[in-house]
Design a protein around this ligand. Structure first.
Ligand code: XIL
Length: 398
């Protein structure tokens, strides 16, 4: 379900058809004896000579691409979203993937690697079940290891994402004929293997993702169908045993304001705590709509904090219809919305940080999933900072 990746490749194909001078796509021929076609590769790729007759567009190795340089203590930086957050005892982070033009794009890599902007990193797709255990018992960490190593190199703390989720779940799990014993074993094994593999490298783990329906009942995932609510405890215990240092989160969307779903999430947290289950945090994804940010977000964060939960805004983006009728007004509204969310985290002592779900409109998942919407992030498609960026900075600046 990597729709944004698929969409961008379709975009590349369309561009090739439309123009005779289209740049050569990744892995395609760009030179060699007798070649009369285009020789310049798409962004993030270069034309590598394979032999006398054949050159091909290959990815620019990230070592050549990442220009930020070695890790710099964000405390020594004068500005940047993470530098400001760090001085408040919090972090500011982003998400991304190696593929889909994230780390492959040198401008992206330069901004993302800058520790004054981002102190935390969330792998956007590579740690999900379909990537890490695509067939039963066969674990694959090629993509996740690569992005984790990249983020660690730039001093990021890493939010592991995610161990148990109904989506991006391989069909061997969703269509298997399980009973409580067999599915419990599968779940425990998955969580144990993945959390052990990344042991010591994740500061947070989104152990359980999107467990609830909008009305606060449990989502009828395969895990809930077979194991009931106990699947959550099983996953948390396995994660704690495998990586005792990681803070364990339950993560969901539409839980930023006070509503049936956030109340259910909070009640789950209280039940787990009372039962002595290892759980530390509530992750509020923050996939919001501009002009519709819940006005009671602070109240909601407060009641979660009062229950002893650590809180993180884990996937913030604030989408709008695009193109907006009035760009200036849209920019101003978005800035106000980012300010509202940032302020809620700022004033809630137990809110430990904010992660945006990618930072540039160029690479956001929003347009591929919400038709006609976009412009949801603090940097625009050309990597320019929008008023929303400055609103976050102003709000966090000590
Ligand atoms: C999204 C990714 O950004 C997309 O690339 C992918 O196609 C679908 O998943 N909630 C989550 C994230 O917890 O994992 C989702 O990420 C966005 C919604």
């Amino acid at each position: 379900m990597r729709s944004n990746g698929i969409l961008s490749s379709v975009g590349v194909l369309a561009a090739c058809v439309a123009s005779a001078n289209a740049l050569v796509p990744l892995w395609s021929r760009c030179g060699g004896e007798g070649w009369t076609g285009e020789t310049e590769c798409v962004e993030g790729a270069y034309c590598k000579v394979l032999n006398q007759w054949w050159s091909s567009c290959e990815r620019v190795p990230v070592t050549e691409c990442t220009t930020f340089g070695p890790y710099v203590d964000p405390n020594s930086q004068t500005d940047g979203l993470n530098s400001f957050a760090v001085r408040r005892g919090k972090y500011f982070g982003t998400a991304g993937d190696w593929i889909y033009e994230d780390v492959m794009n040198c401008t992206w890599a330069r901004i993302a690697s800058d520790p004054s902007e981002f102190g935390s990193f969330t792998p956007g797709n590579s740690q999900k079940w379909d990537s890490t255990e695509p067939s039963q018992g066969s674990f694959n960490y090629a993509d996740s290891d690569q992005i984790v190593a990249w983020a660690l190199k730039y001093g990021k703390k890493i939010r592991g994402h995610t161990l148990v989720w109904h989506s991006q779940l391989p069909s061997w799990v969703t269509t298997g004929s399980w009973n409580a014993t067999t599915l419990k074993a599968v779940l425990e094994n998955h969580v144990t293997q993945v959390a052990t593999h990344f042991k010591g490298k994740m500061f947070h783990w989104d152990v359980v993702n999107e467990a609830f329906n909008e009305d606060g009942t449990f989502r009828n995932s395969i895990f809930y169908q077979i194991l009931g609510e106990s699947y959550i405890e099983i996953a948390l215990r396995a994660a704690a045993a495998a990586d005792p240092a990681a803070k364990l989160y339950i993560n969901d969307y539409n839980v930023e304001g006070v509503n049936a779903k956030s109340t259910a999430l909070l009640n789950l947290f209280k039940r787990l705590k009372a039962a002595g289950v290892p759980v530390h945090g509530l992750g509020l994804q923050g996939h919001l709509i501009s002009g519709q940010v819940p006005t009671d977000i602070e109240t909601n964060l407060n009641r979660m904090a009062a229950a002893g939960a650590e809180i993180a805004i884990t996937e913030l983006d604030i989408r709008m219809n695009v193109p907006p009728a009035n760009q200036t007004a849209a920019d101003a509204q978005l800035a106000k919305d980012y300010e509202t969310v940032t302020k809620a985290c700022k004033v809630t002592g137990r809110c430990v940080g904010i992660t945006v779900w990618n930072f540039t409109d160029k690479n956001s998942w929003v347009p591929s999933v919400f038709a006609g919407q976009g412009d949801a992030l603090p940097w625009d498609k050309n990597f320019q900072k929008k008023p929303a960026y400055y609103a976050i900075a102003r709000t966090l600046k000590p």
